[in-house]
Design a protein around this ligand. Structure first.
Ligand code: 0PR
Length: 380
């Protein structure tokens, strides 16, 4: 039947939308995602500020104040209370804008950026959008960026180095201290992609990835991942005001004279939902949740390690197991479980977000064991 676009009752529209919503996968059996169910207070805050537009902050001074407060809290959390920044749509925007700032302050056009081979695919967008050459440095045997490779790839057109604190695939953390040393010696901008690890590592006692390390110029961390904010919520911070100002363009007819953000119209929800979670749980409460995810990650590793070899000892709440990955992933999907595969080495990836509780992880582990023992030679 042809869909005439005549007006329909609220009930009809919402019931149609409910059908679509029910097609989406609930998180309960998802181990492939770095997102999770938002915290209930994040949802409440999101709804309260649903009409806010931070793109025109003069009309929303209250929302803008929440953003300032969040940035100030996180600046301190990441080791430099004077760091400046804003709430982005997530790690992709953070990486694009950090590289744009690095390029603008360098004064070099057609430059290059040295990233680890493990970098998130958003850096391919960075290269395409900004006309930068993305040079991929090989990894060492622990899947951290190889520092010798980084030095080899640097030349006089290198505008930035990138380190990853919590890689997308393995959750591994690059040696940011050593990258900082190289960056400082060569006078190059250093950006840390902590989109995932930013709200994990500090709670596991790992602090040498942020502004505490002298050469770090910018950092991106996403509340919509491990901080349980609503999507979209990312935070981009710069050590120096000058970097943020290099992104400014004039906005003649708005309530503000300049804008440094990538998008124009911008939701307030990312700022207020992250702020609500942090104020409600405190870093203490958030830390407890992260450490529980880490405990469950280790438990899953122990449950499965006599069947499958972990690629690395988990550093964050991600564990990858070597296997014939596409085959095992497909078999697990038949049982309703979602895992992802990684590029190198061949392995399945399990991200232990807060919705993956101990009982979910144990149920998953027994499913994996069952699948493996049904056909022992097919998957390993
Ligand atoms: N940097 C790192 C280290 C990341 O892991 C990610 C996303 C990004 C940057 C980009 O962040 P945004 O996607 O917020 O722009 N990592 C996840 C990934 O690609 C994103 C994700 C989350 C994908 C949930 C799927 C999913 O269900 O795996």
């Amino acid at each position: 039947m042809r869909d005439t676009l005549e007006g329909r009752s609220e009930e009809e529209v919402l019931s149609e939308l409910s059908k679509f919503l029910s097609m989406d996968v609930p998180y309960s059996r998802v181990l492939s995602s770095m997102c999770t169910n938002p915290h209930p207070i994040a949802v409440k805050a999101h709804c309260m500020f649903v009409r806010s537009n931070l793109g025109d902050p003069g009309l929303f001074p209250g929302t803008a104040e929440v953003e300032r407060k969040l940035i100030s809290i996180l600046a301190g959390f990441f080791g430099d209370e004077n760091a400046r920044g804003y709430v982005t749509s997530g790690g992709t925007e953070g990486n694009i804008q950090a590289m744009r700032a690095a390029r603008n302050v360098s004064g070099i056009r057609n430059g290059n950026v040295v990233v680890p081979e493990s970098a998130h695919f958003s850096f391919l967008k960075v290269g395409d959008l900004l006309g930068l050459e993305i040079r991929k440095a090989k990894l060492d045997e622990d899947y951290r960026v190889d520092l010798g490779e980084v030095e080899r790839l640097i030349d006089d057109r290198t505008i930035a180095l990138v380190g990853i604190a919590g890689t997308t695939e393995l959750g591994q953390v690059d040696d940011i201290r050593s990258l900082s040393k190289i960056a400082e010696e060569r006078g190059i901008f250093l950006h840390v992609d902590a989109a995932f690890g930013g709200f994990v590592l500090p709670f596991l006692g790992i602090k040498d990835f942020d502004f505490r390390v002298k050469g770090v110029c910018s950092l991106t961390a996403d509340p919509h991942k491990m901080c349980m904010a609503t999507i979209p919520s990312g935070v981009l911070l710069f050590r120096r005001e000058e970097y943020l100002r290099s992104l400014d363009i004039e906005t003649p007819y708005l309530t503000s004279a300049k804008q440094c953000t990538l998008t124009g119209t911008r939701p307030g929800s990312g700022a207020v939902s992250a702020y609500a979670v942090i104020r409600h749980l405190g870093f203490e409460g958030l830390g407890r949740i992260v450490r529980e995810c880490m405990r469950v990650t280790r438990l899953l590793k122990e449950e499965l390690e006599s069947y499958l070899t972990p690629v690395i000892e988990p550093v964050t709440n991600v564990v990858c197991f070597r296997c014939r990955a596409e085959k095992l992933k497909a078999e697990l999907l038949k049982e309703g479980w979602y895992v992802s595969t990684i590029r190198r080495p061949e392995a399945i990836r399990c991200v232990i977000m807060p919705h993956v509780t101990e009982s979910v992880a144990l149920e998953f582990a027994s499913c994996v064991k069952r699948v493996l023992s049904s056909s022992p030679s097919s998957f390993v």
